[in-house]
Design a binder for this molecule. Structure first.
Ligand code: GDP
Ligand code: MG
Length: 445
């Protein structure tokens, strides 16, 4: 028996560092996943090489097998390859900010123009959309319809004036009307040709856009790479908008286009509707490209410093209903270690297709606020929130820089949660939990 134990022990010990064999095996899977996701072959090769170098010799996290650990590294590297953090639109200190949308026919330029204008309008800006695609009367009409739907002005001079002249006059119009954003829709072609590039270069030289955004259809896979390369070399682009990610594409084109041009993806199109434009989150895209629900769960688990035993303890405490605000704060802090809530939601397997969950807005400021309030309470108050009377409330609110109303809301939500736990028990909580009360029920999902 002792021998046997020793053998097992040895095996476990070997798990300490990633061996070349571990890495090689995991990388085979990763390579397939990337190629299946339509990532460019050359990009895959470079990438795999880089990850292999980083992975060999690394300590394996206790909670993972070596293979899973490699995938975790892959996930991190993919994320950083795509830009790590979200890349925002550059706003010119001297308005208007000029954004020019370029790309092949059917990529989604006109639709994205409308979506972008809508997005900016919601942020309090006053965009002007410019109909620069004069080759098809329908293209102008399409933009005008979008403008009407969104109540956003569209500048058009019909099909007889050159796009360069239209763009020039649009700038004058924007200045006169006080538009702080100008979004220029341009014509595409089925393939890149000189005529198209010349026209775009002329528009660029005339209006000096702050952002030239290349609109790429994520379904086009490998083609997206060549398109992105040509546009970047000939015209120079500042970023990408990746459309049609609501389809079943895994988004490998995104990675390839970014890898080839070095330019960040700024937005993704998630549907035909005019609010279906989202800022691009590299981490979510990495998850999508890897596309493996169970793998992602493991990555998630690895990143969570959350102690399962503690969670269990907490659940028992809750069921006994002596769950205090102190426990609650502790939970929240554990939870925060797991990373941004938005990113976390993006990592939950199957979320990609779940519209309801995706629409759910998690306000991270809410977390900060709640944390501040609880920290401003005395330990006794945290354990016995019922003693928090008027004067205590004032003190806590002052100490945390919040309003008494906020504090009341927190106390009420906490009391409701406690009541709910008592009534239904921990597991039923998810079903009963309402949207928008995430800080309370997410840790127990
Ligand atoms: P353009 O030729 O580049 O101006 O492309 P359009 O804006 O006219 O879009 C071409 C088609 O793609 C239209 O039918 C759009 O509704 C559709 N489209 C654009 N973006 C998206 C998206 O993010 N998701 C989906 N499902 N369809 C999109
Ligand atoms: Mg168009």
């Amino acid at each position: 028996l002792a021998d046997k134990l020793q053998e097992t022990f040895k095996k476990l010990k070997n798990k300490g560092k990633l061996t070349e064999a571990d890495v090689a095996e995991a990388m085979r899977e990763v390579r397939v996943a990337l190629l299946e996701a339509d990532v460019n072959f050359k990009v895959v090769k470079d990438f795999v090489g880089k990850v292999r170098e980083r992975a060999v010799g690394q300590e394996v996290l206790e909670s993972l097998t070596p293979g899973q650990h490699v995938v975790k590294i892959v996930h991190e590297e993919l994320t950083s390859l795509m830009g790590s953090s979200q890349s925002k639109i550059v706003i010119s200190p001297k308005p208007p900010t000029v954004i020019m949308l370029v790309g092949l026919q059917g990529a989604g330029k006109t639709t994205s123009g409308g979506k972008l204008a809508n997005y900016l309008k919601k942020q309090g800006r006053q965009p002007l959309m410019v109909a620069g695609d004069i080759y098809r009367p329908a293209a102008i009409k399409q933009l005008q319809v979008l403008g009407e739907q969104l109540q956003i002005p569209v500048f058009s001079l019909g099909t007889d004036v050159s796009p360069v002249e239209i763009a020039r006059q649009a700038m004058e119009k924007a200045s006169a009307q006080g538009n702080d954003m100008v979004i220029i829709d341009t014509a595409g072609r089925l393939h890149i040709n000189e005529e198209l590039m010349d026209e775009l270069k002329n528009i660029k030289a005339t209006v000096h856009p702050h952002e030239i955004l290349l609109v790429v259809d994520s379904m086009t896979g490998q083609d997206a790479v060549n398109v992105a390369e040509s546009f970047n070399q000939e015209l120079g682009i500042d970023g990408l908008i990746l459309t049609k990610l609501d389809g079943d594409t895994r988004g490998g084109a995104a990675l390839s286009a970014k890898a080839v041009t070095g330019k960040p993806i700024k937005f993704v199109g998630m549907g035909e509707k005019l609010d279906a434009l989202e800022p691009f989150y590299p981490e979510r895209m990495a998850s999508r490209i890897l596309g493996m629900g169970d793998v992602l769960t493991l990555i998630e688990k690895a990143q969570v410093n959350y102690d399962a035993k503690k969670a269990k303890e907490m659940e028992e405490k809750m069921l006994k209903a002596d769950f205090s605000l102190e426990d609650f704060l502790d939970q929240m802090q554990q939870f925060k270690k797991m990373g941004s809530v938005q990113d976390l939601l993006g990592m939950i397997p199957g979320l990609g297709g779940n519209k309801k969950l995706k629409d759910l807005q998690v306000d991270e400021n809410e977390f900060v606020k709640i944390e501040a309030m609880i920290q401003s309470m005395t330990p006794h108050e945290r354990r016995h929130p019922e003693i928090i009377n008027g004067s205590r409330k004032q003190r806590i609110a002052r100490g945390s820089g919040s309003k008494v109303q906020d504090l009341n809301k927190l106390l009420k939500q906490f009391a409701d949660t406690k009541k709910m736990i008592k009534q239904f028990g921990g597991s039923a909580m998810m079903k009963k939990g309402k949207k928008g009360k995430l800080p309370f029920n997410l840790p127990f999902m």
